[in-house]
Design a protein around this ligand. Structure first.
Ligand code: VGL
Ligand code: ZN
Length: 197
């Protein structure tokens, strides 16, 4: 982990990726220790909110017959069906009421792991003057990876919140490899202790 301090500045935004009940223990696509991101993210939320910097929460928001579900030939058990209990944000997540909510993968015939894919996220961030995004949530090897990848491609600086992500790890090591990939693409991996408000 870098020893350096990251000073938060105007143009910084926090992106909470898919902190939804179906991805937490007991959920339909439970990420191992996925619940641990909630208190970890709450610390970042408090800092960003204290500075009145934007907070965005993405959510997986699938139709009941989504193509990513096994019964449709996809890789996943049914999860995060729009409007269902499992699609709700974790109750203990301190989601500010002014947070911008981004629903993704809402079309039946297409999956979208990135919060930027088919959403207003880029336009919303650009309009808010955002230049750097701080990304945490679930899951490291899917939606976090793809959101960070798109952020970099769209010319944002990206900080991966290494203490506030967890991986599905379908194959052992997927999460670690995803972190390496994000770093290789130019994301900086930080922990809460690296942040200075
Ligand atoms: C995700 C698998 C399927 C994620 C979403 O949020 O990382 N993973 N759908
Ligand atoms: Zn999904």
């Amino acid at each position: 982990m870098p020893e350096e301090t990251v000073h938060l500045q105007t143009g910084d935004a926090l992106i909470l990726v898919d902190v939804q009940l179906d991805f937490l223990p007991g959920g339909r696509l439970a990420v191992p220790r996925g619940d641990e991101v909630v208190p970890a993210l709450n610390r970042y939320v408090a800092v960003f909110r204290g500075l009145t910097f934007p907070v965005v929460a993405t959510r997986d928001w699938h139709p009941a017959d989504h193509c990513s579900f096994r019964e449709r030939g996809g890789p996943w058990p049914p999860h995060c069906v729009a409007g269902s209990d499992g699609a709700r944000f974790a109750p203990r997540l301190d989601l500010p009421c002014e947070a911008h909510i981004v629903s993704k993968a809402a079309a039946q015939d297409k999956d979208a792991y990135s919060g930027f894919e088919g959403t207003d996220l880029d336009a919303w961030l650009k309009r808010a003057g955002v230049r750097r995004v701080f990304v945490g949530g679930l899951a490291t090897d899917y939606c976090v990876l793809n959101t960070v990848r798109d952020a970099l491609r769209l010319d944002y600086a990206a900080f991966l919140l290494a203490d506030a992500v967890r991986a599905v790890d379908v194959q052992a090591g997927d999460g670690t490899r995803a972190m390496e990939e994000m770093r290789r693409l130019g994301a900086r991996c930080i922990e809460f202790g690296n942040i200075a408000a």
